[in-house]
Design a protein around this ligand. Structure first.
Ligand SMILES: CCCCCCCCCCCCCCCCCCCC(=O)SCCNC(=O)CCNC(=O)[C@H](O)C(C)(C)COP(=O)(O)OP(=O)(O)OC[C@H]1O[C@@H](n2cnc3c(N)ncnc32)[C@H](O)[C@@H]1OP(=O)(O)O
Ligand SMILES: NC(=O)C1=CN([C@@H]2O[C@H](COP(=O)(O)OP(=O)(O)OC[C@H]3O[C@@H](n4cnc5c(N)ncnc54)[C@H](OP(=O)(O)O)[C@@H]3O)[C@@H](O)[C@H]2O)C=CC1
Length: 498
């Protein structure tokens, strides 16, 4: 049997969502570990005033591609951008491009999605479900297609306590839902959204579950694999440790805590965090693509790609390592010293919110409203991983995989991973230089001195107010002061004697 890299030799790969976090890592890994892949066709839209080619050029300049660039400076020749807006009919792909794709593509990786939790249902449905349907329809026309890999999420079924590697049916027929929502006014859709999503927390998880169902229903003769990653974090090993380029999921939380803006979160310290490094997800995705193409399973194979079941790590432990890393490697211009904590106690949480909001307002007052960074940080995040996600297919695949596509998370050393993750947010998300760390440490010392001074002034102020009103407090105050004087004179006397 051919190895994974060998299988990709000469293959034409179609990728949606290639400009996103996971898509970029997928493109990089394919180019680096499967250098003889024929071409990567990537569906890209114009965005924020940038044309498709400008976006792709920018993407290839990214530091993520440094290793590939070193190995093959002409790697860009393998990337073929195809103009596409996934929310449009026919994915807005030109007839010529459809012709090209249907005649040459061997494997499809469908990564594109809206991952916003608060997306209006109609839009989430359009992108996460209808676009998936359209892509499947295009895939059905592909003459040489050997595998279709759909990226889902482990939280598509987060309303269940135990999640197996199967596609769970939904109470609603996805196509009927699409037809009904099409004619409905946005305000009506907004009103019925809570009823539709039921016990799922948001439109994201709901539409990802619908997408799984349509992938199953519309698979026809396609060989399908579904990857369900949990919370995707920075890279563990590849192309280098700590690669991260966005504020999604925990990354924004780490940064807010490192900057000293986020001081408390309501969550359970003992809940399993279920982070999964992005390179692990991508290695599994590529391995699943190869396995699906070679073994042609009769029904879609689902891979739960998580760490909680085999190498669990808890939010409390993450808090400890995040704080410790940012104290040793501070972020530049921190607002306060990093000192965040997770609590499940409502009253303690509310107390810290009050204290921290007061500090924020004082700070804003002090800087005359020049700092605008601390919205969103006290959103209640009661994310507790209470799911059991079963990953047998993943474990079986590990047995047949080689070092180049490592996704065996049993070897993951969490403290080291979290340290690299935090440093990754500093270097690649915030673009901060590691050589500035001494200055950042100096800044933290300054903040600590400000805090000590502020606390002392506050204490003295409170005492003064108190003393002015109570005889007993005055007596205590004089007693403490005279005790201090006695100690001082004792030490002075003993030092003159020796
Ligand atoms: C206490 C010490 C630390 C201890 C560690 C504890 C860590 C706990 C971490 C818990 C994290 C739990 C994460 C759970 C994840 C569940 C798993 C699901 C995984 C997946 O399958 S999908 C990936 C996850 N998806 C996301 O993370 C997307 C989340 N984002 C959103 O849903 C919305 O953007 C959000 C946050 C609701 C904000 O919406 P809104 O208020 O409407 O604001 P805007 O979107 O308009 O944005 C305003 C402004 O901010 C910028 N912004 C917003 N989000 C991002 C982002 N992710 N990255 C960068 N910038 C962002 C946006 O561009 C706007 O800027 P402008 O300049 O344009 O105004
Ligand atoms: N990140 C995570 O923690 C997890 C992610 N997942 C899944 O992994 C996949 C990738 O997620 P991730 O990389 O983090 O997400 P990103 O938001 O980083 O990337 C999303 C991609 O989808 C593309 N896209 C969005 N809307 C459109 C559109 N209308 N037309 C064309 N392309 C579009 C984006 O293109 P553009 O650059 O033009 O916006 C981008 O390339 C998703 O399916 C997600 O559900 C699953 C579990 C966890």
């Amino acid at each position: 049997m051919a190895s994974i890299s060998e299988w990709y030799v000469g293959k034409n790969v179609l990728i949606t969502g290639a400009t996103g976090f996971m898509g970029r890592v997928l493109v990089e890994k394919l180019l680096r570990s499967c250098p003889d892949v024929n071409a990567l066709y990537i569906l890209v839209r114009t965005k924020a005033g940038q044309s498709m080619s400008e976006r792709v050029q920018d993407m290839m300049k990214c530091k993520l591609f440094d290793r590939v660039r070193e190995d093959n400076p002409d790697f860009h020749q393998k990337i073929i951008p195809i103009s596409s807006e996934l929310t449009q009919p026919g994915l807005a792909i030109s007839p010529e491009d459809v012709q090209t794709l249907t005649s040459c593509i061997n494997i499809v990786f469908h990564c594109a999605a809206t991952i916003r939790f608060d997306e209006p249902l109609k839009h989430a449905l359009q992108l996460n479900v209808i676009a998936t349907l359209q892509l499947l329809s295009l895939a059905q026309q592909m003459q040489h297609l050997q595998a279709f890999i759909h990226i889902s999420t482990a939280y598509a079924n987060c309303n269940r306590r135990h999640i197996d590697e199967v596609i769970y049916p939904l109470p609603v027929e996805p196509k009927k839902l699409i037809d009904s929502l099409e004619w409905m006014d946005d305000s009506i859709v907004r009103d019925i959204t809570p009823r539709l999503i039921g016990d799922r927390p948001n439109t994201y998880t709901y539409t990802k579950a619908l997408a799984e169902c349509v992938v199953q229903q519309e698979s026809g003769k396609l060989n399908i694999g579904i990857i369900r990653p949990s919370i995707v974090g920075a890279s563990w090993q590849e192309p280098f440790p700590g690669w991260i380029d966005n504020f999604n999921g925990p990354s924004g939380v780490f940064i807010a805590a490192g900057k000293g803006i986020l001081r408390t979160m309501r969550a359970s310290n003992d809940a399993v965090a279920d982070l999964i490094p992005v390179d692990v997800v991508i290695n599994l995705t590529l391995a699943a693509g190869w396995y699906t193409a070679v073994h042609r399973p009769k029904t879609a194979l689902v891979y739960n790609c998580t760490t909680g079941g085999i190498n669990p790590f808890h939010w409390g432990e993450i808090e400890h390592h995040v704080m410790s890393t940012f104290k040793r490697n501070p972020l530049e211009q921190a607002f306060r010293r990093p000192n965040a904590n997770i609590t499940s106690n409502y009253l303690i949480y509310q107390y810290w919110i009050l204290v921290n909001l007061t500090t924020l307002y004082l700070h804003d007052l002090f800087y005359c409203f020049t700092i605008h960074t601390h919205t969103h940080t006290h959103r209640r995040t009661n994310h507790t991983s209470i799911l059991t996600v079963c990953g047998r297919n993943c474990a079986e695949l590990i047995l047949v995989i080689f070092q180049t596509f490592n996704f065996d998370v049993r070897q993951l050393n969490w403290p080291e991973y979290i340290e690299n993750y935090c440093i990754g947010t500093k270097k690649y998300v915030l673009n901060e230089d590691m050589s500035d760390i001494p200055a950042a440490r100096q800044h933290l010392r300054k903040l600590r001195n400000i805090r000590y001074t502020f606390n002392t002034v506050l204490l003295v102020f409170i005492w003064r107010v108190f003393i002015a009103r109570s005889q007993m407090a005055r007596n205590i105050w004089y007693f403490v002061v005279s005790l201090c004087f006695k100690f001082l004179s004792y030490f002075r006397a003993s030092s003159t004697l020796t």
